[in-house]
Design a protein around this ligand. Sequence first.
Ligand code: IPM
Ligand code: MG
Length: 366
Amino acid sequence: MTKKILLIAGDGIGPEVVGQAKKIIDFFDKNTDKKFECENALLGGCAYDAVKTPFPSETLELAKKSDAILLGAVGGPKWESLDYSVRPERGLLGIRKELELFANLRPAKVFDALVDSSTLKKEVVENLDIMIVRELTGDLYFGEPRGVETLADGTRRGFNTMTYTSGEVERIAIVAFELAKKRGKKLCSIDKANVIETTEMWREVVSEIGAKKYPDIALSHMYVDNASMQLVRNPKQFDVMLTGNMFGDILSDTASMLTGSLGMLPSASLGAKINGRQHALYEPIHGSAPDIAGKNVANPIATISSLSMMFRYSFDYKKEADAIDKAIENVLNNGHRTADIATSLQNKISCTQMGDEILKEITKIL
Ligand code: IPM
Ligand code: MG
């Protein structure tokens, strides 16, 4: 059966990195029994430029009809002075919300070949393999009321609402527990239960589910400030980390740097399964990197790994996903590096060359 993939290249380096993943999709389509049909859609700043909204309704329609979405990145200085409601980021948040992509999986894995690219000591990050499960459709990101108001004395007051229902906590906790079951059977839930009531409730709900349904998973809880410190002190103590939207945004950037570069981390954003159909969006966790956009120097590995996650989670194409992962590893072992992960000793290559090298390895593996 042909799989429909919606490509949303977005802004900045988005088109360059998605272009590399597209080469790999085309390769599988032409040379294997896996068939794909790709469409393109606008989101973010490029959408605003074209049709004056960062989230065109046409994009939503195409997204709903697709089997999976691959997204590059959105945003850039060009659109920073726009009103909040039409900023590129609203497009990304909009699509997450509309498709109810509540479960964001952000794996941080250190490749042997890249241990020395991390700013941390080798023994701290060697063999690191953690999975951050971030709730993606609630919390401060979407809570109401929100805004900035002008007070009687002319000063301003900004306000946002941190909110979670127990149901929202429960469904993301189940995703995390299920992943922990397939991995190291260890789950650490992050909160700020000593100060923030919402997260105290978060802790209670996670504990209840753990006790009732997952007695075999070693569940622990950690305050977010401590977690940010532990992630750089001793990241290998973690297996699966469960977080809300805001804390997860911050902690996943920290985790990415353990692997050497923000350019290495893929992600999957999964919705609920409704009538056997599950919306899913795959994207690198790095941003649009406007400073290097259009220069063909970006690292496409996070995007290509995101494609591998798509094959694995949305299509159950294990062999193909394994081939992509192995190809990335081989290319790194062969010494190829994009600028972000290169040391002076290594063979520095461009974004398109990295795409070609990975594709070459895939053809060898299959
Ligand atoms: C991320 C990004 C987004 C977020 C931005 C671009 C809206 O930082 O995916 O982590 O804050 O979720
Ligand atoms: Mg972020």
